[in-house]
Design a protein around this ligand. Structure first.
Ligand SMILES: NC(=O)c1ccc[n+]([C@@H]2O[C@H](COP(=O)([O-])OP(=O)(O)OC[C@H]3O[C@@H](n4cnc5c(N)ncnc54)[C@H](O)[C@@H]3O)[C@@H](O)[C@H]2O)c1
Length: 257
């Protein structure tokens, strides 16, 4: 297989780019002059949003399917021959008690949230090496602090944090940095599907900034970690969470107001 000449502009690959945090990250990369390869398994939505964003290339791929990820890497090799930034953002959420989490549900969550990140990063390695690129994996505060209902989701996200550290340890000698962003709650379709009114109210109480984050606020951290401004930062997890993770006892009744 022959590779095409290197792209003139840096290339970012964002998984789960058809909506939510992935879409906002795509828009920010575009503002910074990147060509953005938008990856998602939702083909109609991916086509719709990508067609309205010049500088993007949609590639349909289910990152939990090894054969599809191999094909994605092959296509990227032919088109660009390099990846400057890989954002492993695609994720699924399922909130239910441990006793009700059947094996199929567990596997479904792990397949995208953990296996997908492993597969995509591994398949992109030659392309990342070519650019001495950066990986940013999207975990969650659910991977930093345990809570009810998140036995599969929280465990998958905790594993992503460690996977990031493994990547940083092994890939540094190739000039590849790997970092992790752990968002707090953000109003996306994913959160709307699993956050009840009670969960929303509880988050507002428990978060020092007293609100959900925006997709753009998460994207800013992701794009910073991919940029040369973060050129000596690797193996780190940054919680973009309004202060949730750092606050051990944040009882609303003990606030000074
Ligand atoms: N929204 C939040 O409150 C929140 C909080 C913490 C972490 N996160 C994490 O941020 C990331 C993005 O979340 P979001 O809220 O923007 O979600 P979202 O549901 O709005 O968007 C996720 C996108 O990923 C795609 N996707 C899912 N599984 C895929 C797969 N196997 N292959 C390819 N594409 C796939 C979906 O089609 C969708 O377009 C996820 O990893 C999520 O766990 C979100």
């Amino acid at each position: 297989m022959t590779s095409s000449p290197p792209s003139a502009s840096p290339v970012a690959v964002v998984t789960g780019a058809a909506r939510g945090i992935g879409l906002s990250t795509t828009q920010l990369f575009l503002e910074q002059g990147f060509t953005v390869v938008m990856v998602d398994r939702d083909a109609p939505e991916l086509e719709r949003v990508s067609s309205a964003l010049s500088g993007t290339e949609p590639l349909v791929c289910d990152i939990s399917e090894p054969d599809q990820v191999t094909e994605l890497a092959r296509e990227l090799t032919q088109r660009h021959g390099r990846v400057d930034a890989l954002v492993n953002n695609a994720g699924v959420a399922d909130f239910r008690p441990l006793e009700e989490t059947d094996y199929a549900t567990w596997r479904e969550v792990m397949a995208t949230n953990l296996d997908g990140v492993f597969l995509t990063s591994q398949a992109m390695l030659p392309l990342l090496k070519a650019a001495r690129g950066a990986i940013v994996n999207i975990a969650s505060i659910s991977g930093l602090r345990a809570s009810t209902l998140r036995v599969a989701y929280g465990t998958s996200k905790a594993a992503i944090i460690h996977l990031t550290q493994q990547q940083a340890a092994e890939l540094g000698e190739h000039g590849i940095r790997a970092n992790c962003v752990a968002p707090g709650p953000v109003d996306t379709k994913l959160a709307l599907a699993v956050h009840t009114a009670e969960i929303r109210a509880a988050y507002h109480d428990a978060i020092p900034l007293n609100r959900y984050g925006s997709e753009r606020e998460i994207a800013e951290v992701i794009v910073f970690l991919c940029s040369t401004k973060a050129s000596y930062v690797t193996g780190q997890v940054v919680a973009a969470d309004g202060g949730f993770q750092s606050t051990g006892v944040g009882l609303p009744a003990m606030r000074n107001r």
